[in-house]
Design a protein around this ligand. Structure first.
Ligand SMILES: [Zn+2]
Ligand SMILES: [Zn+2]
Ligand SMILES: [Zn+2]
Ligand SMILES: [Zn+2]
Length: 399
């Protein structure tokens, strides 16, 4: 096979890969029946900004070609099957009849302007073997939605008010007190009295609460309404010796925003240290001595997964949480960004140790008992006696 690389052009992995595929098809077409190509052409441009092949004319071919002979084959004629524009002196190449292109119609970028190129590429790879089908109304959901824009807008605006519960005279839980509060995060949007909404949120202390002030719903908080979160005991199990957090306030970073709460540690005789009490509530403490901030495990887990899939920074996520808390900028939440990044770093290290099985080490999980390479991912292709080769491989005759 002959691979042609052009000087001065840094070929991306994508174009290099497609060159390989193309040459494979072309060679087989010249000798025997062409193999069905699994390569699928997409219309979106390459994300390699250095790859200017699509937009600028290629330079003259006089000195800009290098031929790398990887395999000269049977010594017969050598074929050059690299898609490139021919030089003006040569006969223009015919539109490559030997290539087997997949002609399945792709989503049009003009009718699907918001499609993520990565998603489209995944769909292309999935759908290239599917038979063609008749297009139905559900293929154009955006067009179907346009007549309903007014309805959607009105329904969303309706939720700004009390909606179905505007006529309620009493709380939907105790049916005694006046209904004034609702939760933005609980399902249903029912209105409750203050006592009941506090009771209903003893298990969900990080929900956003709104109060109906006869004109509109205004943001309030479970903290300002008097909710106290007790650690070290099960929910609704009172502690006889509660110890308030520093300055009677505590910051919790969660997926839903940055929350200020009243937090009580347990100071009973059997109480655990404060950071342990937080960990047992699935809240990651920012420090080990007298923490003032914690992040929920689900936030740390979420951010780790987010970084697997996106280029979002910790700062971007923190600012998103800040906006979720107050998007007007008039009541900015306390700045806990350095604490957040420290917790993220610690979290990743803990996860690394957990996945490497360090917690089950008889000598203890800590750094003192570990040796170099303990947390490395074992290569599945390398020979490991007892796993992918026999234990006695060295003594066996057929090795
Ligand atoms: Zn009530
Ligand atoms: Zn709620
Ligand atoms: Zn639940
Ligand atoms: Zn207690």
């Amino acid at each position: 096979m002959v691979v042609d690389l052009r000087y001065g052009e840094r070929a991306s992995m994508y174009s290099f890969f497609s060159t390989f595929k193309l040459s494979g098809v072309a060679v087989s077409a010249g000798v025997q029946k062409p193999a069905p190509s699994r390569f699928y052409v997409t219309r979106y441009p390459s994300d390699d900004e250095d790859n200017t092949r699509a937009t600028t004319p290629p330079p003259p071919e006089t000195t800009h070609h290098r031929h790398v002979h990887l395999n000269t084959g049977d010594g017969g004629s050598r074929n050059l099957y690299v898609p490139s524009v021919a030089s003006p002196q040569k006969r223009p190449r015919s539109p490559s009849p030997q290539h087997q292109w997949n002609t399945e119609p792709l989503p049009d970028v003009h009718s699907h302007p918001f499609i993520d190129p990565a998603y489209q590429h995944e769909m292309d790879l999935k759908d290239c073997d599917l038979p063609k089908r008749k297009r139905t109304k559900s293929d154009t959901p955006l067009l179907n939605w346009i007549p309903d824009i007014d309805v959607f807008l009105k329904e969303i605006l309706r939720l700004e008010g009390r909606g179905d519960y505007a006529q309620d005279k009493t709380c939907n839980f105790c049916t005694i007190e006046a209904p004034e509060y609702r939760c933005e995060d609980c399902f249903g949007g029912k209105l409750y009295c203050k006592k009941c909404i506090l009771l209903l949120h003893s298990r969900n202390p990080l929900h956003h609460i709104e109060k109906w002030n006869t004109m509109f719903f205004e943001r309030t908080s479970l903290k300002s309404m008097g909710l106290r979160v007790q650690l070290g005991h099960s929910v609704r199990d009172a502690c006889t010796n509660p110890l308030s957090s520093y300055n009677n306030t505590f910051t919790v970073l969660d997926l839903t925003g940055i929350h200020q709460i009243h937090l009580d540690y347990c100071a009973c005789q059997t109480a655990q240290p404060r950071h342990i009490q937080l960990l047992r509530a699935s809240w990651y403490p920012s420090t080990t001595s007298n923490p003032r901030t914690a992040a929920t495990f689900r936030l740390l887990e979420h951010f780790q997964l987010l970084t697997f899939e996106s280029k979002a920074s910790g700062f971007a996520l923190y600012n998103t949480l800040s906006r979720a808390t107050d998007n007007t900028g008039t009541v900015p939440p306390p700045d806990r960004y350095p604490s957040f990044m420290r917790m993220v770093r610690e979290w990743r290290h803990i996860k690394l140790l957990k996945r490497a099985g360090r917690a089950h080490n008889p000598q203890g999980p800590g750094p003192s008992s570990s040796t170099q390479g303990d947390c490395a991912v074992i290569c599945p292709a390398c020979p490991h006696p007892g796993r992918n080769i026999p234990d006695d491989w060295a003594e066996r005759d057929d090795k």
